[in-house]
Design a protein around this ligand. Structure first.
Ligand code: SAH
Length: 236
């Protein structure tokens, strides 16, 4: 990503200063990641001139690419560090995935799940074309976490961080089981109309600490531990 001279660099730097730093995003690594990842390459051609505006934009299949500020807030709340193993639900366009990949660096890994196959494939193609390789993809319902969990030899491997980028009716229970002690998850929780960004920290002895921050509006998490079916899910 770094080597390619990019005509949108100035727009992106302005986005970071005005929309992110100007509104209280202070974590240097988050600002740097969002200065680097070319958001215009994650939106359809007709939206490219608005890629660095302060808004969510439509993507395919009635889904959206989140507002830059929301991506920054979630990434900052997640407190992602280099070398971490991060699970993301809702690959969507792959933009947030790219930001996470940048944050964890070459020694870390992102595991991303998308239930709509066409979106997941497109995102994968984009990220591969950008040379981003510290990521594993899965197509299907991610509300129960990474299928079968991760294993090293015969021991389960847990995630340092989990980010859900779709609105859930409650914190999906199986995700807590896939989180390390000391690990954190960020998930929008609410109804189909609006949610609150919830941060869940897994403490020793399986205790959970939860805190809510800002209001948000995501498309629904559809699946076993989310909303039950697309036809009956509130919102769209
Ligand atoms: N982070 C994305 C935006 C995500 S929009 C970006 O930066 O572009 C939410 C995504 O979650 C949608 O693509 C939707 O299809 C997906 N999704 C909804 N329910 C899901 C589930 N149970 N498992 C995996 N993905 C899901």
């Amino acid at each position: 990503m770094n080597a390619v001279k990019d005509p949108c660099e100035i727009d992106r730097a302005r986005m970071v200063e005005e929309q992110l730093r100007g509104r209280g995003i202070a974590m240097a690594r988050v600002l740097e990641a969002m200065r680097e990842v070319p958001r215009h390459l994650f939106v359809a051609h007709q939206w490219q001139d608005r890629a660095y505006c302060d808004e969510a934009l439509p993507s395919r299949e009635g889904q959206t690419i989140s507002q830059p500020y929301m991506v920054a807030v979630m990434t900052q709340e997640l407190d992602v560090r280099e070398g971490m193993r991060v699970l993301e639900l809702g690959t969507g366009t792959g933009y947030q995935t790219a930001v996470l990949c940048w944050m964890v660096g070459a020694s870390g890994r992102v595991y991303t799940i998308e239930r709509v196959a066409s979106l997941g494939e497109l995102a994968r193609g984009r990220l591969e074309a950008m040379g981003i390789s510290n990521v594993h993809y899965f197509i299907g319902d991610g509300s129960a976490g990474w299928p079968e969990g991760l294993w090293y030899e015969d021991r389960p491997v847990l995630f340092d961080r989990i980010l859900v980028t779709a609105g859930a009716p409650q914190v999906p229970e199986p995700l807590i089981a896939q989180l390390k002690t000391g690990g954190a998850m960020v998930v929008p929780v609410g109804d189909g109309e609006s949610q609150t960004l919830r941060r869940v920290v897994k403490l020793a002895a399986g205790r959970i600490e939860e805190s809510d921050s800002l209001g948000c509006r995501f498309v629904p998490l559809v699946g076993e531990y989310g909303w039950q079916a697309p036809a009956t899910a509130p919102g769209h």
